[in-house]
Design a binder for this molecule. Structure first.
Ligand code: GLP
Length: 246
């Protein structure tokens, strides 16, 4: 695993955007799995700007959804579906036939999981998985205690996730379950990039970098990834920002 430390969130996001662009340059039909959440938001803005200004072509690339809140419709601005559409798919002009997201309203969520796993297999695997880290160390909705041997699955959300997750919604939500790619997808992706910024992530990042690898901290498995990268800003490492010089 490679750790890269950036001075600030902007630098981190710029490098994460460049990472995505370098992959689509090497492989125009690459398969991307991009997380939602606050951490990669600026990455997607910079990615869209760069794609527009430099004419980077994403039309042959494929996009896989990492996770979704069970029971939340895609029209809800707090859903992962809505987020990805607004922040990634619309700005990059991705055709719907190249987008595969979980239907978290399905009456048969097991089928959703199986069909997602099959889609990923048929596409030849995920080239880049870009993830954030939850306050409890989750990746997607792989909550503490989850086996690293699982592919897509439905999971009861940890209390931390249920509480922190409220920040994405305009109204109070009941967030009991999630549907998610598994850590097995994460470990099998050709490149895994974890991004974390800000002081509030310092505690969990320290644990992810230092603790013994175990199922209690799902994000820690990035240290087992053959091509795992962790991008943090100095605040997420618990370092103070240098004073600005006048
Ligand atoms: C959320 C999502 C994850 C996300 C993580 C961190 O609950 N399920 O995919 O990466 O938590 O979110 P944030 O970047 O907002 O801190």
């Amino acid at each position: 695993m490679k750790l890269e430390i950036f001075d600030n969130y902007e630098e981190l996001s710029l490098h994460a955007a460049k990472e995505i662009i370098s992959i689509v340059h090497q492989k125009p039909n690459a398969v991307f799995c991009l997380a939602t959440g606050d951490s990669p938001k600026l990455t997607y803005t910079l990615l869209a700007n760069e794609a527009r200004e430099s004419g980077v072509d994403f039309s042959k690339a494929y996009f896989i959804g990492l996770d979704e809140w069970v029971g939340v419709p895609p029209t809800n601005p707090g859903s992962c579906h809505y987020y990805l559409t607004r922040n990634v798919f619309q700005p990059l002009g991705i055709d719907v036939t190249h987008i595969h997201l979980f239907n978290a309203l399905s009456e048969n969520l097991q089928n959703e999981c199986q069909s997602m796993d099959k889609t990923i297999r048929n596409l030849g695997g995920i080239d880049l998985m870009l993830v954030g880290i939850g306050m409890n160390g989750h990746v997607g909705f792989n909550e503490p205690g989850i086996s690293p041997d699982l592919y897509s699955h439905v999971i009861n959300l940890d209390e931390v996730t249920q509480t922190v997750g409220q920040k994405y919604f305009n109204e109070t939500m009941v967030l009991k379950q999630g549907i998610t790619l598994g850590l097995k997808h994460f470990l099998e992706s050709k490149v895994a990039l974890l991004v974390a910024n800000g002081e509030k992530k310092a505690g969990i990042i320290k644990r992810a970098l230092e603790e013994t690898i175990s199922e209690t901290l799902p994000a820690i498995f990035i240290r087992k990834h053959a091509n795992g990268k962790v991008f943090v800003d100095s605040a997420a490492l618990g370092q103070k920002q240098p004073e600005a010089t006048l």
